[in-house]
Design a protein around this ligand. Structure first.
Ligand code: APR
Ligand code: ZN
Ligand code: ZN
Length: 374
């Protein structure tokens, strides 16, 4: 639980009101620690986000139903989706369920669709639920539209990642960039989300896939995910190196850090006619600085991608199936499993760039066992 921006969170007893109509209580099995949670806890987002139960990337089982819920029964295995899309607003009808109007409003307010939250502290005061989820706890209550059915066989400790990192990364490749077989790709930032961009690029048939990260250890993980080349370094120098390595630049560059200098690296890595996609969430007040001449002289383009730029719920279901089929290896992205009490060390690892992803295990039995080494 986080009370003040920039101050460490603490584990507290939180009371959950029962699910209201069309809401579902979920017993959380596992929850990924995403950089957006770190931004929240480090006070990089709006100050009115607190007090809040963090966590927006999770998996578990349906535990209780509000009135009028027809599609779910107690015990269903689910991934959480942090945009509870209505499917009916003009944005949803245009295929951009990631930006569903009521869904986005609830998510960015860190409350449920009726504008309230179900979480309360010991005094009975309202706690927000980060991105309409708030899954760093044993239970959460979410709108029924915020659930995605998981196929049997996907371990819940891995499935947590699908609802944010995987759909964000793979969607950026497929929907925002439209990478095609043989396209050249550069990925700047190879953390939990960047590795999923690499997976998406590999699945799309991209070649080469150049990984850039300030940490050498991240590059070796990136290679295991399918990167064909790795460039280590911070600052803006790697952009030129990518151009030299690829004989003039890449078709698509993805920025998956959220910084001024790494946005510039992605831009500089492009060949004429190429396009950059910014996936990283930058702290409020961060500017992107680009040589504007190149919009014309090199016809370069840049756009953002939020939550996969498509239909997250449908895509989470498809990606869960892909992981079951072995096309995406989620276990390889998860470097640490930890109890809720160890959230702060997990956040510190992320600040220090150590490990790819921590998954908090809220219910070890539901989360499932680690695979035995072959
Ligand atoms: N140059 C190159 N790589 C960098 C730099 C830099 N200046 N700074 C950080 N990195 C690398 C880190 O070494 C790490 O591998 O960026 C990666 C960031 O990964 P994580 O901390 O695991 O963050 P992740 O959860 O992947 O999120 C990345 O996407 O969705 C957003 O909010 C999220 O802004 C965040 C970004
Ligand atoms: Zn996230
Ligand atoms: Zn909608």
């Amino acid at each position: 639980m986080a009370r003040e921006p920039g101050k460490p969170g603490q584990v507290e007893t939180v009371t959950l009101d029962p699910p209201r109509p069309r809401e579902v209580r979920v017993k959380v099995a596992s929850a990924g620690v995403c950089h957006s949670d770190l931004h929240l806890l480090d006070g990089h987002l709006d100050a009115d986000n607190v007090p809040v139960v963090p966590g927006h990337e999770g998996a578990g089982i349906v535990d209780a139903l509000g009135d009028g819920v027809r599609d779910w029964v107690v015990g269903d295995r689910v991934s959480l989706c942090f945009i509870p899309a209505c499917g009916r607003c003009p944005t949803c009808e245009a295929g951009q369920e990631n930006r569903c109007e009521p869904g986005l409003q609830a998510s960015f307010a860190s409350r449920l669709l009726d504008g309230t939250s179900r979480a309360r502290d010991a005094e009975g005061s309202e706690l927000k639920q980060f991105l309409a989820v708030g899954c760093f706890g044993e239970y959460t209550v979410v709108p029924e539209q915020g659930l995605v059915r998981l196929p049997d066989g996907v371990p819940l400790w891995q499935a947590a990642l699908i609802g944010c990192a995987v759909v964000t990364g793979v969607g950026a490749v497929r929907n925002a960039a439209g990478v095609r077989p043989g396209d050249s790709v550069c990925v700047v930032g190879c953390g939990g989300v960047g590795l999923q961009v690499i997976d998406g690029a590999r699945l799309a048939g991209a070649d080469p896939i150049v990984a850039v990260d300030r940490s050498e250890s991240k590059l070796s993980v990136a290679r295991a995910h399918g990167a064909t080349h790795g460039i280590v370094g911070g600052g803006t120098r790697p952009g030129r190196e990518v151009r030299e390595l690829t004989g003039g630049g890449v078709d698509h560059a993805f920025e998956v850090v959220g910084r001024t200098d790494t946005i510039r690296v992605a831009w500089d890595a492009l060949k004429p006619g190429g396009g950059a996609v910014v996936v990283g969430l930058a702290p409020r007040g961060t500017d992107a600085v680009l040589p504007a001449l190149e919009f014309l002289t090199a016809e370069k383009a840049i756009r953002g991608s939020f939550y996969g730029s498509g239909r997250p719920r449908q895509e989470i279901a498809e990606l869960a199936q892909l992981s079951l089929d072995g096309a995406i290896d989620l276990g390889r992205t998860i470097s640490h499993r930890a109890p809720l009490e160890d959230l702060e060390p997990a956040l510190q690892r992320m600040r220090d760039g150590v490990g790819s992803r921590t998954v908090l295990i809220l219910d070890p039995e539901l989360a499932g066992a680690l695979p035995q080494p072959a």
